[in-house]
Design a protein around this ligand. Structure first.
Ligand code: NI
Length: 185
């Protein structure tokens, strides 16, 4: 099932997500729906809060970038109950977008190396290090669990330029190529 997307202005995007238990109701179906929704919306990552569920789960598929970044071939992972450690590295700027901020792309500066501890879809524990593009996408999705969006990293001037569009978005005046969660006020 394709799930509708929560866009900027929906309170779930600003909540700290809760741990996901192995016996969570319909977990397998929910994970399937997350993948289906991510592919349908042409996303490379999707976090549970973005489909209205405040749970510590996100999925990432970076295989599409294998020509530019050969190390990403076959990178398709679900991250459950993750925690991130930022490793000593220089920060790098790169343009980001987000299904919860349709039509907005901005350069975001992020640390280049991370360690992530997480459980996979079988709830087996892993601890892995990533750098470069994978580290960036993981940080972006992880931020969703902490109630953060990439626009939070922009400077005052950049935010001012986006203010009108963001206000319209918060008031439900938004167009996207996918179904969004309409809030009743
Ligand atoms: Ni996002």
């Amino acid at each position: 099932m394709i799930l509708p997307i929560a866009v900027h202005g929906h309170p779930v995007l600003r909540q700290k997500a809760k741990p996901l238990a192995k016996d969570h109701l319909d977990f397998n179906q929910f994970l399937k729906d997350m993948w289906a929704t991510m592919y349908r919306t042409d996303g490379i990552g999707l976090a549970a809060p973005q489909v209205g569920h405040s749970l510590r789960l996100f999925v990432i598929d970076l295989d599409v970038f294998k020509d530019e970044y050969p190390e990403l071939k076959g990178f398709k992972k679900a991250f459950i109950n993750a925690s991130i450690e930022y490793l000593p590295s220089k920060s790098v700027s790169l343009s980001e977008g987000c299904l919860s901020l349709p039509g907005i792309h901005k350069k975001v500066k992020r640390p280049n190396r991370i360690r992530i501890n997480y459980q996979d879809e079988n709830f087996e524990q892993h601890s892995e290090e990533y750098e470069g593009f994978a580290a960036r996408v993981i940080q972006h999705e992880y931020d969703h669990l902490e109630g953060k969006l990439f626009i939070d990293y922009l400077n005052v001037f950049e935010r001012l330029l986006l203010k009108r569009r963001l206000n319209l978005m918060m008031n439900g005046k938004v167009q996207a190529g996918y179904e969004i969660i309409r809030q009743t006020k």
